[in-house]
Design a protein around this ligand. Structure first.
Ligand SMILES: *Cc1c(COP(=O)(O)O)cnc(C)c1O
Length: 402
């Protein structure tokens, strides 16, 4: 390579030196709570497949049937040749799950955020964004060209301050927040943010990527969890986490969705979601709806099992790990979700712990800067984790920390 590209190797060297270097690992086998890594069986505590649906036979069969019927690709953008009845069925099912008038499906959650934010606001407008928001919200905000102000994490006082100072100087205003914060596991103060949005004539977009299928009695997400159904809000989310497929969505009023179909560039100028992904996501929403209908018959549904696992692990970690005379100082970050984080002091520490756990057959993500400000072990739970698997994790963590 000529000199113009030498900086790339230098940058890589710097990334290595900071212990920030990352590379993908190949997991082998069908998506599940137990998979193969480097020829070894590992219990998977790093997946976003909260309900264990990505390897579910019903989703797999739906994807196969849709591929047989429609082929592998959707062959074009939705407004040209890429629209199928299947897309419409999925959008209706999402709107029903979310209790909104309509919904629109993007090729990924990332694209949903980029396209939606850039369509809703521009140079004359103001965006308020939680400092720990997902990368797709941040980059959507930057792409829009609006004035971007970060507020302190979950700090409604700070949101009010910024609105008081700056709202009047801008045309439209959009507040952006994750509902469940993806790398922390805590929850945004949604009702208070909604009140502030009303008071200051602002829009609010909530990113339910980790909450859809997880929060709320019907698995609808954060709006249902907080009892805010029916209030004016833009809900986005992904089909790729608890729904076990691929793709993203926005749900809201009929006019909002109609507007996005005409203005969201990341929807208009990209190929429609593949038939297999579309059908799998639709099957996942049907499983969630079935779980809801069977609740009365004392069936334990997947969401209930997931929360049993979450509550057991949280409680047991607090009881088992003793923060005061721990060999390695750590903080169990506040969580209201299947994401539990143990924060430690250095990237090298978290890497070492991740490595030790892996040797013991436990796959847990070591999350480091620049993804997050502080290094942490990020444990994610699934409905399909067995009690003995959770106990094994606790035992290993106990050995490492005390
Ligand atoms: C994963 C994630 C996204 C992106 O969704 P994809 O469908 O994976 O592109 C957006 N927001 C948050 C909070 C996420 O965790």
């Amino acid at each position: 390579m000529s000199n113009s590209y030498r900086w790339i190797d230098e940058a890589l060297t710097a990334i290595h030196r900071a212990n920030w270097y990352r590379s993908p690992k190949s997991l082998v086998g069908r998506a599940d709570a137990v998979m193969q890594l480097d020829g070894k069986s590992v219990i998977n505590f790093a997946s976003n497949d909260y309900l264990g649906l990505a390897g579910d036979e019903r989703l797999i069969q739906a994807a196969i049937a849709a591929t047989q019927k429609y082929g592998t690709g959707s062959t074009g953008s939705r407004l040209i040749t890429g629209h199928r009845e299947l897309h419409q069925d999925l959008e209706r099912a999402i709107a029903q799950l979310k209790q909104t008038e309509d919904a629109i499906v993007f090729s990924s959650g990332y694209l949903a955020n980029l396209g939606t934010i850039a369509a809703l606001v521009g140079k004359r407008d103001l965006i308020l964004s939680d400092q720990y928001n997902h990368s797709s919200l941040r980059n959507g905000a930057i792409l829009s060209g609006a004035t971007l102000r970060d507020y302190a994490h979950c700090n409604v006082g700070n949101v009010r301050e910024i609105l008081q100072q700056q709202r009047d100087r801008h045309r439209r205003c959009l507040i952006l927040t994750d509902s469940i914060f993806s790398m922390d596991g805590d929850l945004c103060p949604l009702p208070q943010l909604l009140d502030l949005a009303d008071e200051f004539d602002s829009m609010l977009l909530v990113d339910d990527a980790h909450a859809t299928g997880v929060l709320g009695v019907n698995g609808s997400g954060s709006i249902e969890h907080f009892g805010c159904t029916g209030r004016s809000i833009i809900q986005m989310g992904t089909l790729s986490k608890a729904l076990g497929s691929l793709g993203g969505y926005v749900a809201g009023s009929a006019s909002l969705i109609d507007f996005l179909r005409n203005r969201a560039a990341s929807w208009i100028y990209t190929t429609g979601l593949s038939p297999a992904d579309t059908a799998a996501a639709l099957a996942a929403i049907r499983v969630i709806a079935q779980d809801r209908d069977s609740r009365r018959e004392c069936f334990t549904n997947r969401r209930e099992t997931l929360w049993q696992n979450v509550n057991w692990l949280k409680q047991t970690l607090v009881q088992t790990l003793n923060n005061h005379n721990s060999r390695i100082p750590y903080t169990l970050l506040p969580s209201h979700s299947p994401i539990l984080c143990l924060q430690v002091d250095r990237p090298s520490t978290v890497l070492q712990i991740g490595h030790t756990l892996l040797q013991q057959g436990l796959f847990v993500s070591a999350i480091r800067p620049p993804t997050v400000p502080t290094s942490r072990l990020r444990i994610t739970l699934m409905a399909t984790h067995q009690p003995a698997q959770l106990a094994q994790l606790v035992e290993s963590l106990h050995r490492i920390f005390s």
